[in-house]
Design a protein around this ligand. Structure first.
Ligand SMILES: Cc1cc2nc3c(=O)[nH]c(=O)nc-3n(C[C@H](O)[C@H](O)[C@H](O)COP(=O)(O)O)c2cc1C
Length: 255
């Protein structure tokens, strides 16, 4: 067969495509466990950064070391009590999609605009010996373009904010994406989430919040929809329909 023949050209092109696709797909399969591991590590890092335990430049060793101070619990969101579920293997994000493990949120209570959530949620206790210093609550809810996933860290009075950070969202850089801006995130530190009636009233306002406004956070400029999304998701996850019953129980000393 001559090198210029049509059939030889087709055979070479086909072989090349097959070989390349095998190389690409087997590399993707091989790298998958590493990607999953790195994603989990990145989520842990975001939790620790939000809680002020490590900074953004932390490497794997520091993350693993700092995470030793974190005790993970699984909470029944209806009763607020701890559930007998292994936190290592429990994935609330997967459970939220499973009709057997999820709960459909009534529209009037769905402040985070997520329609359903897992029946059980993880709570992270940051400990100093036996004392709980901080509580970390995973939160998520709709912004303008995306569901934003992050962590809300409270002091041990279960009312004062230590930090809020997102590890995943698809909001526009420079607009809604400013949820990642350290200057904006610093706004949250020291703010209160509940009023005297234990209702979550914290709010991202439009414009600049007055300096002594303990329930108000500066708005994201040009991104009122994302700002409102953040208000909604923080309020939802602190409400009685989510971690509120756990918070009440813990405050009452019955956990
Ligand atoms: C390309 C584009 C991207 C936008 N991205 C966002 C966003 O991520 N978050 C958001 O709230 N608004 C975003 N907006 C603006 C919204 O459409 C809307 O105008 C804005 O939320 C209103 O906020 P303001 O009243 O503070 O201007 C975007 C607009 C455009 C044209």
């Amino acid at each position: 067969m001559s090198n210029d023949s049509t059939s030889k050209t087709l055979i070479v092109a086909t072989l090349l495509c097959v070989i390349c696709s095998i190389v690409v797909s087997s590399t993707a399969v091989q790298l998958k466990p590493m990607q999953v591991r790195n994603k989990k590590l990145d989520i842990k890092k975001n939790l620790l950064v939000t809680a002020g335990l490590v900074d953004d430049s932390a490497e794997e060793k520091q993350i693993v070391e700092a995470f030793k101070a974190v005790e993970t619990k699984v909470v029944d969101l209806e009763t607020g009590a701890y559930a007998d579920i292994d936190p290592e293997s429990y994935d609330a994000r997967k459970a939220a999609k499973n009709p057997k493990l999820n709960y459909k949120i009534p529209a009037e209570k769905d402040l985070a605009n997520i329609k359903s959530r897992a029946k059980y949620g993880k709570v992270y206790l940051i400990k100093d010996g036996e004392t709980v210093k901080n509580f970390v609550f995973p939160v998520h809810g709709k912004g303008l373009w995306s569901t934003m996933y992050g962590f809300l860290v409270l002091e041990n009075d279960l009312n004062t904010v230590k930090g809020l950070g997102f590890y995943e969202h698809g909001e526009t850089p420079g607009l809604g994406g400013e949820v990642d801006n350290p200057n904006w995130k610093a706004n949250w530190n020291g703010k209160k989430v509940f009023n005297d009636a234990m209702k979550p009233v914290i709010k991202v306002v439009k414009g600049i919040a007055e300096e002594d406004a303990k329930y108000k956070i500066d708005g994201l400029s040009g991104a009122t929809i994302t700002s409102n999304g953040v208000t909604g998701l923080v309020r939802y996850w602190l409400s009685e329909n989510a971690f509120g019953s756990f918070i009440k129980k813990y405050k009452a000393g019955s956990i």
